[in-house]
Every structure is written in C-alpha cells, then in structure tokens.
Design a protein around this ligand. Structure first.
Ligand SMILES: Cc1cc2nc3c(=O)[nH]c(=O)nc-3n(C[C@H](O)[C@H](O)[C@H](O)COP(=O)(O)OP(=O)(O)OC[C@H]3O[C@@H](n4cnc5c(N)ncnc54)[C@H](O)[C@@H]3O)c2cc1C
Length: 331
C-alpha cells in the first residue's frame, strides 16, 4: 500500500503539495492534478524524493522544465518531482594556461540536471566557450535535454549529447548511482538510452572549446535564436515539435523536396495545418507544433496526434513517432 503520509513527513509536510495542477508546470499549459507534488531544490532533495517514493510504493515521475511533455487531463496519481536542482561550474581547463587565458583549448563544465539549458548556454558563452551556444533560449533542463538529445541544426551536429563527457545517473530499479561516459547514452537524433532504462540524470559534465572569436559568440547565439523564432510559433502555449522527424530513407522513398526529413513538411503536405480540435490547433506557422489556443485539453491534443498519424500512415505509409513524452493515464 502506498504510504503518502510517510512521504510527506520525510520530505516536509509544507513542501509536498496535494492536487497541484500540472497545467501550471508545463509549457503546453495542459494537465490535471498531481496527487503529490514536490520541488527538489538540490540534488540531495532529488535523491531523497526518489528513494522515499520508492520505499513507500508511490509511483513517481520527474518533471524538468515541462517543455517536452503532455500531461493527461486526469493528472498523475503519484508523486511529481519537479527538478529545480541547478548549478554550474567550470571544473577543468586544458591547454597552456596563462594570465590572458589565450592558451586554453577546452574546458570542462559541470552542471546539475535541473539547470535550465538556457542558463548553461549563457554561462558557456560568457566564458568564451563554444559548443552549446545553440541552446540559448531552448526551454527545459539539462536532464530533459539529455533524455531527448536536445538539438538545433542537426546537419551541423548541434546536439547536447555531442558535448557530454560524463553523467551521474540514478538507476531507480537498483537504487544505484553510477557515473557513465558519453558512449553509454547511445545518442542519436531525438534518442538516448535513458529513454529505455528510465535512469534519472543527476549531474553532467560537458566539454567546450575555447572560441576563436569569443566576441562573436553572443552574436552567433542570438542569430540562432532569431532563426528559431522565425521558424517556430512564438508566445503560444505548446510543447515544441510533437513528432520526431522522419528518417533519411523515408525521405528518399517519398522523394521529399531536397530530401527534407521534416515532419512539419509531411503534416503540411497532408493539408492539416490549422486543423483544430477543441482548444488545440496544428500551427499554421510550423505544422509539427500543436498549439493550445486557449483551454485545450490533453484529449484534444491526443486526437490531433492520432489524426496526423492516421493520415501519414494512410497517405505515405509512415509510422510517425512522438517526440513528446506522455505523463499520466491516457486510457
Ligand atoms: C517553444 C519550444 C521550443 C522548443 N525548441 C526546441 C529546440 O529548438 N530544440 C530541442 O531540442 N527541443 C526544443 N523544444 C523541446 C524541449 O525544449 C526539449 O525537449 C527539452 O529537452 C525538454 O526538457 P525539459 O526539462 O522541459 O523536459 P520535461 O518536458 O520536463 O521532461 C521530458 C522527459 O524527460 C524526463 N526527464 C526530465 N528530467 C529528467 C532527468 N533529470 N533525468 C531523466 N529524465 C528526465 C521526463 O520525465 C520526461 O519523460 C522546444 C520546446 C518548446 C516548448
């Protein structure tokens, strides 16, 4: 039997909220209540919340920034742990270190998994380090970013996983914490192994290069933000791209223009842009975005997802796969 009272006593009765609306914690602004809700403000908080939930047989889920999830209208019948354990520091420099720092070739940066990716980008740019500036203004935390291998221009290799050196993972099945290197994650487009294992990222270390032109770093990062803002709808509740892009093989098979793998192109070509169910709408700006135009329910979004999948299958034989993760009961 789940022992909710024991969990509240251990984590602090005033820090555990009951029936917290998850719509307040997701970029979609959608989601019913969490039976229990706890904000982990440190890595110790995070580990304690996970172990306590396990010991008391309470189902739990980690929420980072809530930028890549769709939470059920029924909410989550267990403990939602919002990871706010943040922190960043330089932990190593390589090269000939002189007073001017000009001999530095690369640097290691440590970060706690609840650190916003935007904060990591700002820190590294300020340090004159390049490699993660594409994360400027990308919503979400480092933990959520490593799970999906957050990216910008895929063809340029802009993946968060490309810069990862090592990470500390919590295995919730064995209760063990282990340090793993980059290869462990088996990163690829929108994929890392922790999607399979369910391990939780506690900390991460990244390797960055000293920028040849550190003055220009901010400008380049801002240019990326501008390009992203031109391509994506801005200022409307959503969860980023809903589907993963199609494979290169599928693009070749379908002879898409310039062999684009964009699922936005596929949805657009199905004539679905602007389709609305309840308060949810397929963006007219970028068809791989579903928007909450006001009062959307998770069920509305699910129906649009099912419609897109069915049409893509029927017309092109494609099995589209969601990029967003579902939390809660959708049956
Ligand atoms: C407007 C908008 C624009 C976006 N643009 C981009 C973009 O340009 N590029 C891009 O890659 N993405 C983009 N996204 C998607 C989103 O930013 C990323 O997917 C991001 O990595 C989500 O991180 P999060 O912390 O919010 O994860 P959440 O949404 O909180 O969680 C996602 C999944 O990760 C799990 N998780 C969270 N923390 C951890 C942890 N510490 N350890 C293990 N699992 C964890 C959760 O349980 C859940 O399964 C965009 C989203 C929005 C809303």
């Amino acid at each position: 039997m789940p022992n909710y009272e024991e969990l509240k006593n251990i984590l602090g009765p005033l820090r555990v909220f009951e029936n917290e609306p998850l719509a307040n914690h997701t970029y979609f602004k959608i989601g019913g209540p969490a039976r229990l809700f706890f904000e982990a403000k440190s890595l110790d908080d995070l580990k304690l919340a996970i172990t306590t939930a396990k010991e008391n047989k309470i189902p739990f889920v980690i929420l980072g920034g809530g930028a890549n999830v769709l939470v059920s209208d029924k909410g989550f019948n267990g403990l939602v742990i919002k990871n706010r354990a943040d922190g960043i520091k330089l932990v190593g420099l390589k090269g000939t270190i002189d007073k001017t720092g000009t001999g530095i070739k690369n640097a290691l940066v440590w970060a706690s998994s609840g650190t916003p990716m935007n904060q990591l980008a700002r820190f590294t740019i300020d340090q004159g380090l390049e490699g993660l500036e594409f994360l400027l203004s990308v919503p979400g935390t480092i933990g959520g970013g490593l799970k999906i291998n957050a990216h910008f221009e895929v063809e340029k290799g802009d993946f968060i996983g490309s810069r990862l050196v090592s990470a500390l993972l919590f295995n919730t099945k064995t209760n063990q914490i282990k340090n793993v290197d980059q290869t462990y994650f088996e990163f690829s487009y929108d994929y890392s192994k922790i999607q399979q294992t369910g391990e939780i990222v506690l900390e991460a270390v990244f390797r960055l290069d000293r920028a040849q032109d550190s003055q220009g770093l901010w400008q380049r990062a801002m240019d990326n933000v501008k390009r992203r803002n031109d391509q994506q709808p801005v200022g409307i509740a959503c969860s980023g791209c809903v589907f993963r892009n199609i494979s290169h093989e599928d693009a070749v098979h379908l002879a898409t223009p310039n062999l684009t793998t964009s699922t936005g192109y596929i949805i657009d070509s199905l004539g679905l842009k602007g389709t609305k169910i309840g308060g949810a709408e397929i963006s007219t700006h970028h068809a791989n975005f579903i928007l909450n135009t006001g009062g959307a329910m998770a069920q509305d979004v699910i129906e649009l997802i099912n419609l897109i999948k069915a049409k893509a299958k029927e017309t092109y034989g494609l099995d589209l796969k969601e990029e967003i993760f579902l939390i809660g009961d959708f049956l």
